[in-house]
Ligand binder design. Structure first.
Ligand code: NAD
Length: 294
C-alpha cells in the first residue's frame, strides 16, 4: 500500500515539510498558486501539477498547508469530488475550528479520513522535520495520519475530536503573541536603559523570564544569527498570519465568554503593527513597534 501524497501550499512552512516527505522516499505531487516553489520541489524529486484536480488524480493522501480557512475550504471543495476512494486528508493550516469540523463531515460523508493537524515549531522546525502536530479527529484517523506526521515532525498530540487541533493551536499562538510582545517590550526597556539586547537576552534565558522566543526566536536584530530578526524580518511567520490567529483566538473567547485581556492587548499591538505597513514581515518584527517609536 504505497503512499502517494498531493501536497498543497509550498510557502514558508509547506516547502520544508514537502521536502522532508521526499527525503523519506514518499511519492509527492505538489501544487501551489506560485510556480517558483513548485519548480524548486520538482528539482527535489516531486511531481509538479498544474491544477489541484490534476494533483489528486492518482493519490491516496492529501496534505494542505495554506494561509487561512477560506483557501482550505475552497481547495477541498474543488478536490473532494475528484479523489479516489478512501483517501487520508490532513490539513496542517491554522484555520477556524468550525471550518475544520465542516471539512471533517464532508470528508467522512465521502468515505475519507480527515484530521486537522496544525503545527508549531516555525520555519526552522518545518525544515528540520521537528514540528509539533496538534491533531483533531477520531482516534483511528489520527493513528492513520501519525506515520506521515512523524516524517515531518517530532511530536504528535491528539487534542480531541474534529476541530480540537485548531482550538489548541490558537490557544498556543495567543500565548506566543503575548510572549513575543512581552519579550520585545522587556528587551527594549533594557536597551533604553543602557543594556545591550544580547546581554539582556542571555540574562533572561537563565532567569525567570525565559521563554521560547528568547531560546529560539529572539526579536532583536543581531542577537541570534539564523532568526528572521537578523534577516530584516524576512521569512518566518508573517504578521498577517499572526493577526489571523489572534482573531481566531478572540472569536473562540467571545463564543464562550473566556477572559483574554492579555491576548486582546497582543491583538491590538499586532493590528497596529499591520496598519503601520508591516503585515508581510515576520511576527518578531513587533520589536520594531517598541524600538522605532521614539
Ligand atoms: P505562506 O504564506 O508562506 O505559504 C502559503 C502558501 O500557500 C503560499 O505559497 C501560497 O501561494 C499558497 N497557496 C495559497 N492558496 C493556495 C491554493 N488555493 N492552492 C495552493 N496553494 C495555495 O504561509 P506559511 O507561513 O507557510 O503558513 C501556512 C499555514 O501554517 C498558515 O495557516 C499559518 O498560520 C500556519 N503556520 C505557520 C507557521 C510559520 O512559522 N510560518 C508556523 C505554524 C503554523
Amino acid at each position: 500500500n504505497d503512499i502517494h501524497i498531493a501536497f498543497f501550499g509550498l510557502g514558508n512552512m509547506g516547502s520544508g515539510m514537502a521536502k522532508n516527505l521526499l527525503k523519506a522516499g514518499v511519492k509527492v505531487t505538489v501544487f501551489d498558486l506560485i510556480q517558483a516553489p513548485v519548480d524548486d520541489l520538482v528539482n527535489c524529486g516531486a511531481i509538479g501539477a498544474n491544477t489541484p484536480v490534476e494533483a489528486v488524480s492518482n493519490v491516496n493522501c492529501v496534505v494542505s498547508m495554506l494561509p487561512a480557512g477560506r483557501h482550505v475550504e475552497s481547495l477541498y471543495g474543488e478536490i473532494l469530488p475528484k479523489l479516489k476512494d478512501k483517501c487520508l486528508l490532513i490539513d496542517c493550516s491554522t484555520i477556524e475550528a468550525d471550518i475544520a469540523k465542516l471539512l471533517h463531515e464532508r470528508a467522512q460523508q465521502a468515505g475519507h479520513k480527515f484530521v486537522d493537524a496544525p503545527v508549531s515549531g516555525g520555519v526552522a522546525g518545518a525544515a528540520a522535520g521537528s514540528l509539533t502536530f496538534i491533531v483533531g479527529g477520531s482516534e483511528s484517523d489520527m493513528l492513520a495520519a501519525k506515520p506521515i506526521l512523524e516524517i515531518m515532525g517530532e511530536h504528535c498530540f491528539h487534542a480531541g475530536g474534529p476541530g480540537a487541533g485548531q482550538v489548541a493551536k490558537i490557544c498556543n499562538n495567543m500565548l506566543l503573541a503575548i510572549l513575543m510582545s512581552g519579550t520585545s517590550e522587556a528587551l527594549q526597556l533594557a536597551v533604553d536603559n543602557g543594556i545591550d539586547a544580547a546581554v539582556m537576552s542571555k540574562i533572561m534565558q537563565q532567569s525567570s523570564g525565559n521563554n521560547w522566543t528568547l531560546e529560539k526566536y529572539n526579536p532583536a536584530p543581531g542577537v541570534m544569527p539564523a532568526t528572521p530578526a537578523s534577516n530584516e524580518y524576512q521569512g518566518g511567520f508573517m504578521v498577517d498570519l499572526m493577526n489571523k490567529d489572534l482573531a481566531l483566538a478572540m472569536n473562540a473567547a467571545a463564543s464562550n465568554s473566556s477572559l483574554v485581556p492579555m491576548g486582546a492587548m497582543a491583538k491590538s499591538l499586532y493590528q497596529m503593527h499591520k496598519k503601520n505597513g508591516h503585515g508581510s514581515l515576520d511576527f518578531s518584527s513587533i520589536f520594531k513597534a517598541y524600538s522605532e517609536q521614539k
